[in-house]
Design a protein around this ligand. Structure first.
Ligand SMILES: [Cu+2]
Length: 289
């Protein structure tokens, strides 16, 4: 089937005209649901990801769309099973995208902020179909952190169509940001916050995991610009930020001092890889002169 995607053309056209993409009245994008292997220290896991091409990439791609405009999305499902699609807490497609099929649909206009887009079916949840959706964010410096926790035994079982063994305790062995675990988080250009002194950035965070997470910032307080669940926190300035399952939030960071500062999960088990410390959900803010 012919895939019609104006996205790059539109971006370049607007770039040449010097027009900001956010002035568009609607946006469109294409996602591939791909299958591939995710390698970690002690395990290789079969996973699913939303990618921007038919080539498997270990990180779900971040979707970017203007505020108050419809997003026309085409999803191509290369998996062997059907998947649903939704924006957590906000909107759901209400039907399955069938295996080896393509579906185009319209997501109604959304307010400025960060949301989780995902497939809520069992394979989608356990194998990682969950990403960051950024709406109406216009700062020149933007980062995103897609948080996940992974238990290889459950993933293997779900991938092979076996029993989930849900009654066994959930003991995840990997904790990742954009599918990177420390120390590899340092090579993730979307997650490793590299800025110059005086810069300001937004950090879009989504909790795609099956447990709540809490992040601790060293050296900085960050301001809540948006959040989808704990909305009373909007406007707060904090150095410790809890994220409930499925929550999406936008934080504002002002790079007002030089140096390298860690940001890490405050739950010790979540800064390990297969039980070894340090690892997991740990990245850095690197401010240069
Ligand atoms: Cu700390």
């Amino acid at each position: 089937m012919k895939i019609y995607n104006m996205n790059n053309f539109t971006r370049w056209g607007l770039f040449i005209l010097g027009v900001n993409l956010s002035l568009n009245v609607c946006a469109q994008d294409t996602l591939w649901i791909n299958t591939g292997d995710w390698y970690q220290s002690q395990d290789t896991m079969s996973v699913l990801r939303f990618n921007e091409t038919a080539v498997f990439d270990t990180s779900n791609v971040a979707l970017i769309t203007p505020a108050d405009a419809s997003l026309f999305l085409t999803v191509i499902n290369t998996d062997t099973e059907p998947h649903d699609f939704g924006v957590d807490g906000l909107w759901s497609l209400g039907l399955d995208i069938l295996p080896n099929d393509t579906t185009t649909f319209e997501i109604p206009p959304m307010d400025m902020g960060t949301y989780r887009y995902f497939s809520s079916d069992q394979r989608g949840v356990y194998l990682g179909l969950s990403g960051v959706l950024k709406v109406g964010l216009n700062m020149p410096h933007q980062f995103h952190w897609n948080l996940a926790d992974c238990m290889p035994e459950r993933m293997d079982s779900v991938f092979s169509g076996g029993e989930l063994l849900d009654e066994a305790p959930y003991v995840p062995r990997y904790f990742s940001i954009n599918s990177y675990t420390h120390p590899h988080t340092a090579s993730d250009a979307n997650g490793y916050v590299a800025l110059a002194l005086g810069d300001t950035c937004t950090i879009s965070i989504v909790n795609s995991g099956m447990m709540d997470h809490v992040l601790h910032f060293h050296g900085f307080h960050v301001e809540y610009l948006s959040t989808t669940i704990q909305t009373s926190r909007i406007g707060w300035s904090k150095d410790t930020v809890p994220l409930l399952q499925g929550e999406g939030m936008t934080l504002l960071l002002i790079a007002n001092q030089e140096g390298i500062y860690p940001v890490h999960n405050h739950n010790l088990i979540a800064v390990t890889n297969s039980g070894f410390y340090p690892g997991g959900m740990l990245t850095h803010i690197n401010i240069t002169p």
